[in-house]
Design a protein around this ligand. Structure first.
Ligand code: FPP
Length: 222
């Protein structure tokens, strides 16, 4: 394996349980989760990780209580606003998810703007690519790709379908991390994890640290 292209993907689960254990509201768990993510981005950018892809908000997450959705969206704005930190670590921001102009898209303008600004303000960076999956669902991605492939009259091959994914340039995932004791994939990167190792850990996302990241990366070496 070419270690320069190492791709780590994370399903950041367990923010709610982390908070409940401490007698805190679920939103406090998400706040801690965003801080944990910022730490992991820094740690990953200093290792041989070329791509870090995280499940920030799924197409299924909109049904959560409004206040919780608002809080999680605000945390995305916070993460995408960490421009100087991202630049210091030479990290380029990227996004995958339902296109904002697609009928039914629910991404508020302030999140759209934060995503666009982070992409623009970090596009010069040559280090790790941080892809945030926001309003993302793998089945929607694949259905859209299949429709576009049919409309293009191209031959139905894996390589041609790949061209119509939200980001065709994302390399295959080497290791998928899921925290908090859940061993499910939950409609995340179904195409891209074809040959990935899977690292399940009992630790909730706010406690996931560089030691865990190293353990996940170690799985790709054997
Ligand atoms: C799972 O916790 C996490 C999410 C729903 C995704 C949100 C992730 C964050 C807010 C972390 C920061 C990330 C970004 C991109 C800003 P859960 O609520 O499902 O936890 P539970 O299963 O314990 O209830």
């Amino acid at each position: 394996m070419n270690s320069k292209q190492l791709h780590v993907a994370c399903i950041m689960d367990g923010n709610g349980r982390w908070a409940r254990k401490r007698g805190l509201p679920r939103t406090a768990g998400h706040t801690a989760g965003e801080e944990s993510l910022a730490d992991i981005v820094r740690a990953a950018s200093k290792r041989e990780v070329s791509y870090l892809t995280v499940f920030g908000f799924s197409t299924e997450n909109w049904v959560r209580p409004r206040a919780e959705v608002r809080h999680i969206l605000g945390l995305h704005k916070k993460l995408f606003g960490r421009i100087s930190e991202l630049n210091e670590n030479n990290v380029r921001v990227n996004w995958i998810g339902r296109p904002f102009d697609e009928p039914g898209s629910r991404t508020p303008l302030y999140v759209q703007r934060a995503i666009r600004k982070a992409i623009e303000d970090t596009k010069q960076n040559s280090g790790m690519v941080l892809t945030v999956a926001f309003d993302y669902g793998s089945r929607s991605e694949l259905t859209r790709a299949a429709k576009m492939l049919v409309a293009s009259n191209s031959e139905l091959t894996p390589a041609n379908l790949q061209n119509f994914l939200y980001d065709a340039s994302l390399p295959p995932v080497d290791v998928l991390v899921r925290t908090s004791g859940e061993s499910r994939i939950s409609n995340f990167l179904l195409w891209q994890i074809n040959a990935a190792k899977i690292y399940f850990t009992e630790r909730p996302w706010p406690d996931f640290d560089a030691v865990d990241l190293d353990a996940a990366i170690a799985l790709t070496k054997n």
